[in-house]
Write a protein that binds this ligand. Structure first.
Ligand code: F6P
Length: 529
């Protein structure tokens, strides 16, 4: 396509939202008019599905649940007056609680005020708050935020070491919709133990964000934690950023949660328009479908050219991959759907993997995110007429062009600046794009059956570990792996028992490996006395 034709295509497909100052360019995706025409019936269905979802249909049939994250930013949309009131009341209680904590009305025992927030959660109960904290957190927040989002002991120790002197003024938020996620429970127990070792009362400094009736909620209520906030069953973990999950930590950092919600609401209105060309989320879903042939054949590389958006790619990774990565479609056919998402930030990645993007395997399309405003205040010139921001801009444009010239496709999203309003809008944009795409390929975007298999397998490994330790304790002499497996009642699990032995040995717990661990058949395992 020559330059004039490309410019025409750019103008033909350019989407601009005046209120949000938001642009979307899909001109560098190679679809033609015939493809768009072919897709129209699928989009008609996607728009109808979305309207039904917003009206309260059971859009998550496997779990028999409504899908209501859109109601969080426009409570008038909630399908019943009770739900509407619940949303409004929760918002008010978040604002009141956060304001009292910030101003010292709610304070830790024996201290003037809370100075830190420690957020414990994983997946959808961590990624949104982490992304928003990095994107919008002020330089000097009233409460500095820290995260434990794994069951890695060293990771937990590192955070606790940083908080050591401030534990007595740390507000702990435990976030878990199910209230039973092992990693989150472990993080909570670890932190609680540290509190107790320091003579601090954990309940007096703890808040739970969790589902009604969950184990976590019961614990928080029975122990008299500072507060509990709800996670409703009609809000999924990966779409929970604009529920208490994201709003409470944001409000504690003095980020305007009304602006985040307002931006999302405005984007929701824009993505409710049942016309492909006038709907930015539909355009994104169209581009995804085209790029990957409706089967996720191309990965999505997310390249925000702004440091504060670094975690957006990680946030999108869960949103897109946990929603779209499904074995079966809604009719039960095996489809193995999904879109792989990765990314970091431009132009940093130019000096890492962009080499492969430009010249290597063409297994992807790029989503560029451009932010028009460079910084608050003036910029110095690095070279005559060129600031640091001009360089960043130039690298984005240059990479986009270089990729296109080598038949690598891209989408470009442009926002005026990173603020609460635009961040809310971006979250809403991708929530909707994922919903549309799921309709296009006929899958349930709102469940995650695959995750359960890994959780069950992990529990099985821990049961086996216990059986191994018990079997060794009853043995009067060291055992070969094969004999140990037989004694533990798991003769076909020798490899897992080898892994268990290595791990326990390295931590000097319960057993020791005798012999060269590189030769599994030659080693013996002895109980540690
Ligand atoms: O909020 P919870 O129930 O602790 O779950 C955390 C995360 O774990 C998952 O359920 C996957 O295991 C995600 O969907 C969810 O965001």
């Amino acid at each position: 396509m020559d330059a004039a034709a490309l410019w025409q295509r750019y103008k033909d497909w350019l989407y601009y939202h005046e209120g949000l100052g938001f642009y979307l360019d899909v001109s560098r995706m190679g679809f033609d008019d015939a493809f768009v025409a072919d897709m129209q019936p699928r989009f008609a269905k996607a728009f109808a599905d979305m309207a039904a979802l917003e009206a309260g249909a059971i859009a998550n049939p496997d779990e028999n649940r409504m899908v209501g994250h859109y109601w969080l930013r426009d409570a008038d949309l909630a399908p019943t007056p009770e739900l509407k009131q619940d949303i409004l009341d929760t918002l008010t209680s978040i604002e009141q609680f956060a304001s009292q904590v910030r101003t010292g009305g709610i304070y830790p025992p024996g201290q003037e005020r809370f100075t830190e927030v420690l957020s414990i959660g994983i997946g959808g109960s961590a990624l949104g708050p982490q992304f928003v904290a990095q994107a919008l957190g002020p330089d000097f927040p009233p409460l500095a935020i820290h995260f434990i989002d794994n069951t890695d002991p060293e990771g937990i120790d590192r955070i606790l070491a940083r908080l050591e002197d401030k534990l007595s003024t740390t507000l702990v938020i435990v976030t878990s919709k199910s209230g039973g996620t092992a990693e989150t429970r472990n993080g909570m127990v670890e932190v609680r133990t540290r509190f107790e070792q320091r003579g601090l009362s954990f309940p007096k400094q703890a808040v739970a964000i969790t589902g009604r009736g969950s184990k976590l909620e019961n614990q928080a209520l029975s122990e008299g934690w500072l507060a509990t906030f709800p996670m409703r069953d009609w809000v999924g973990g990966r779409t929970s950023e604009l529920s208490a999950v994201g709003l409470l930590p944001a409000a504690l950092q003095n980020i305007s949660i009304r602006s985040i919600l307002g931006g999302a609401r405005e984007m929701d209105a824009a993505t409710r328009v049942p016309d492909l060309r006038r709907n930015p989320a539909a355009l994104i879903a169209l581009a995804w479908y085209y790029a990957g042939n409706g089967k996720g054949e191309k990965d999505m590389v997310v390249l925000p050219y702004k440091d504060s958006l670094l975690l957006f790619s990680r946030y999108l990774q869960q949103l897109v991959m946990e929603s779209l990565g499904k074995e079966k479609d809604l009719d039960g056919n095996l489809v193995y759907q999904g879109i792989a998402v990765y990314g970091n930030k431009g132009s940093t990645d130019q000096h890492a993997y962009v080499q492969q993007l430009r010249e290597g395997v063409a297994s992807f399309f790029v989503t560029f995110i451009e932010v028009l405003k460079d910084r608050s205040g003036d910029s110095v010139e690095m070279e005559p007429g060129a600031t640091s921001g001009d360089f960043l801009f130039g690298f984005l444009q240059g990479t986009r062009k270089a990729l296109y010239e080598n038949q690598r496709q891209s989408i470009t999203l442009t926002i005026p600046e990173v603020n609460a309003h635009t961040v809310g809008a971006m979250i809403a944009l991708y929530e909707r794009a994922v919903g549309f795409y799921a309709s296009l390929v006929n899958i349930n975007a709102y469940h995650q059956p695959g995750v359960e298999a890994g959780k069950l397998a992990a529990a099985g490994v821990l049961d086996l570990q216990q059986a191994v330790v018990n079997a060794l304790a009853q043995s009067s002499e060291p055992l070969t792996l094969r004999d140990l497996a037989a004694a533990a009642g798991a003769p076909d699990q020798v490899e897992t028992i080898y892994a268990i032995a290595r791990h326990l040995h390295a931590n000097q717990r319960s057993l020791a490996i005798q012999g060269n661990p590189g030769h599994p058949d030659a080693i013996k395992i002895a109980a540690l006395k």
